[in-house]
Design a protein around this ligand. Structure first.
Ligand SMILES: *Cc1c(COP(=O)(O)O)cnc(C)c1O
Length: 377
């Protein structure tokens, strides 16, 4: 009998599935979700909208999700000041799906996707699963040294773009897992250096950026190969809905229609997302509070002798652990789940409620003290 594994596509054999642990712990700060539950009035609005569409669930949804695109376009226009029309917006079940649409349309076998590691772990997975060759680019020459942080060196990025001639380039700003936003000059330079590529700027955390951080949305005009992706999973505290979107030239969006599944956004998803956008003030109200907790985490961790990377996101990457895997486990033993992103000596912690910040700082202090004692012993 043939083993199932041998029937698998050869390039998928030996791979492990994406899997941030979903554990039941008192303090879960490992996937950059919002710790704040959906407020009561928003729940009411969602239920009313779902009730409206429930009677017509015998029909397929609006394939063009017209109302949702209109609402998303209005949200972008209002919050970024970049005039955005509904035909410049595309959406999917999470921004992972819109990223997949981009790769399916512009990547694929015999094509190359370039990213700058460390960055979002799904960019290579989405690329390779679609048969695209992934090139793990360098962010800077001193990547492993702590001093310059994890900023992308524009000249180095341009050289790599020229060398590998990618079909898709992934940039991420603010970057996951490092937290810092990108200078727009890097986006412009990479765009010009890769004339055959779709340039994706993943802005999943844009709403958390420190004041004065510009969005790549401001670069879209006149750049038909540029795509900016966003999500409702983080700032909107809406990860369970699965709604991500992008803004790009209408002609590019037209090409994405070639690869999407028919009726990919359910009537329920569309209704729920519209209700959330209508009530965005109360959903986004927690963004400022989360930024405050992020800054408290940065300060508190620095005081503990750790090395926080400056963050424009709802999480902090911390350096300074002697053995990140050991500290990860010790934190979990104290009921605090964080993320080991595979960068030596670093852990990533999501910013949550004030109580969670207190809990994680106390747990870190206790873990570091225990590790010190072990070293002395
Ligand atoms: C969390 C995250 C996303 C969000 O994915 P969804 O599918 O929208 O939930 C996208 N990009 C980055 C960099 C992220 O960290």
């Amino acid at each position: 009998m043939t083993e199932l594994g041998q029937l698998l596509r050869p390039d998928l054999r030996g791979r492990t599935a994406y899997g941030a642990p979903q554990l039941d712990v008192p303090v879960a700060l490992n996937t950059n979700e919002s710790s704040y539950a959906v407020p009561g009035p928003v729940i009411e609005a969602i239920m009313a909208r779902v009730a409206e569409v429930a009677g017509s669930l015998n029909r397929y949804p609006d394939r063009e999700f017209t109302r949702l695109r209109t609402d998303l376009a209005q949200y972008l226009t209002q919050t970024t000041g970049v005039p955005t029309a509904p035909d410049q917006v595309w959406a999917g079940n999470g921004s992972n799906e819109v990223l997949q649409h981009i790769v399916q349309a512009f990547g694929g076998p015999d094509r190359v996707a370039l990213g700058f590691t460390p960055s979002y772990s799904m960019h290579p997975i989405i690329s390779e699963v679609a048969g695209t060759t992934w090139v793990d680019g360098l962010r800077s020459q001193h990547q492993q040294g702590a001093a310059p942080g994890f900023d992308i060196d524009a000249e180095l990025a341009v050289a790599q773009a020229q060398q590998h001639r990618p079909n898709v380039v992934f940039l991420c700003s603010p970057n996951n897992p490092t937290g810092t936003a990108l200078e727009l000059s890097v986006v412009e330079a990479v765009y010009d250096a890769a004339p055959e590529a779709i340039i994706v700027v993943d802005e999943a955390y844009a709403e958390f950026a420190r004041p004065g951080t510009p969005s790549a949305l401001t670069l879209l005009a006149g750049r038909p190969r540029l795509v900016v992706t966003r999500t409702m999973s983080k700032a909107f505290a809406f990860a369970g809905t699965r709604l991500g979107y992008l803004s790009a030239d209408p002609a590019l969006i037209d090409l994405l229609r070639l690869v999407r599944m028919p009726y990919h956004l359910s009537s329920v998803t569309q209704a729920v997302a519209c209700a959330a956008l209508e009530n965005r003030e109360s959903l986004l109200a927690m963004v400022e509070a989360i930024k405050h907790e992020r800054d408290r985490l940065v300060d508190g961790c620095a005081r503990l002798g750790l090395t926080p990377v400056p963050s424009d996101a709802n999480f902090v990457l911390l350096g300074g652990f002697a053995d990140a895997a050991r500290s990860w486990q010790a934190l979990l033993d104290r009921g605090v789940l964080v993320r080991d992103v595979g960068i030596p000596n670093h852990l990533r912690i999501t910013a949550g409620t004030p109580q969670e910040t207190d809990a994680v700082l106390a747990a870190l202090e206790s873990v570091l003290a225990a590790e010190d004692r072990e070293e002395i012993a």
